[in-house]
Design a protein around this ligand. Structure first.
Ligand code: MG
Ligand code: MG
Ligand code: MG
Length: 306
């Protein structure tokens, strides 16, 4: 039986690229594996796969009775609906430990680094498997994406060292330029509906019994949102009500100014205000220095629901 490698719902570049890089590694060590994805590719991921000539992994949302190697998450909220009926054989991830449990022993590679692909690189080294050029390329791009070209507080020296090694393997020395090119693709928001923008990089969380959704858009210039911000806020409100969320946030992250404007819709806005010790103005607030949902939003917002 083949093992499916698959990342989280609303997949980002790390989820897609780690499914591909991990499946290649497993096949090399004689464990048949097929990369899969739980949702549509975002424009950045499409750019990366095109650049290194990869097809999208197969779209798959049901894993009942199948062997599954999870990448880039360990929360049930981001898993396929039938996760309890899947056979989870492994997890490779760089987030806080989630609530997925297994009935059989599993292989676990979880580290506090900036990207799942950084850990997949460690797995290649552990198994002494040579990384092909094009696999190195997508792994490198995923790390540049997740670490916001090393600017995110989630970035570690291991991520930087790994990018340097991968850049040598794939033959792209100026990885900074490639990173910027990627973020320019990511910044294309014109002509995309507000709902699609909210869902582009969206994660649902259970915070002490309260349903919370946090979306993020990382761009090279926040003024791109000037004309669509009010529309985004309205749509965020509609999205929150429809999905029975206590709070829905959308981070508009400016990777050059290194901060985020957070749009908030909530059944009790004070929870957010208390968590960050801020006052929202028209449901918006600028958080200077905030680039990471994982390190700079969740650890503050979650305890506020206790
Ligand atoms: Mg991810
Ligand atoms: Mg990741
Ligand atoms: Mg991200």
């Amino acid at each position: 039986m083949a093992i499916y490698t698959c990342g989280h719902t609303t997949p980002d570049s790390d989820s897609i690229c780690s499914a591909i890089s991990l499946a290649y590694l497993l096949n090399e060590i004689k464990r048949e594996a097929i990369p899969a994805r739980q949702g549509e590719l975002n424009p950045e991921t499409e750019f990366i796969l095109n650049k290194f000539s990869f097809k999208a992994p197969i779209l798959k949302t049901q894993f009942k009775g199948e062997e599954l190697f999870i990448t880039d998450y360990s929360d049930k909220g981001q898993a396929p609906k039938d996760i309890d009926e899947a056979i989870v054989v492994g997890i490779v991830d760089h987030h806080k430990l989630g609530d997925i449990t297994t009935s059989t022993p599993l292989e676990c590679w979880i580290r506090p680094v900036g990207c799942t692909n950084t850990i997949v690189k460690e797995m290649y080294d552990y198994h002494r498997v040579k990384i092909p050029k094009n696999i190195a390329g997508i792994m490198m791009c995923a790390i540049l994406s997740d670490t916001v070209i090393f600017k995110s507080p989630t970035c570690t020296n291991i991520d930087i060292k790994t990018v340097r090694e991968l850049s040598k393997i794939c033959g792209i020395e100026d990885f900074g330029a490639l990173g910027m090119e990627m973020f320019k693709v990511k910044s294309q928001v014109q002509g995309v509906s507000s709902r699609d923008l909210i869902l582009r990089d969206y994660k649902p969380f259970d915070m002490f019994g309260s349903a919370v959704g946090i979306a993020q858009l990382e761009v090279v210039d926040l003024s791109l949102f000037d004309d669509v911000k009010e529309g985004l806020l309205k749509e965020l409100e509609a999205f929150r009500v429809e999905n029975h969320l206590h709070t829905a946030c959308l981070l508009l992250t400016d990777i050059i100014k290194e901060g985020s404007e957070v749009l908030v819709s909530s059944s009790n806005i004070e929870v957010f205000e208390k968590a960050f010790e801020v006052k929202l103005e028209n449901n918006k607030v600028w958080l200077q220095g905030c680039l990471s949902r994982k390190k700079q939003i969740i650890p503050f917002l979650e305890p506020a629901f206790k």
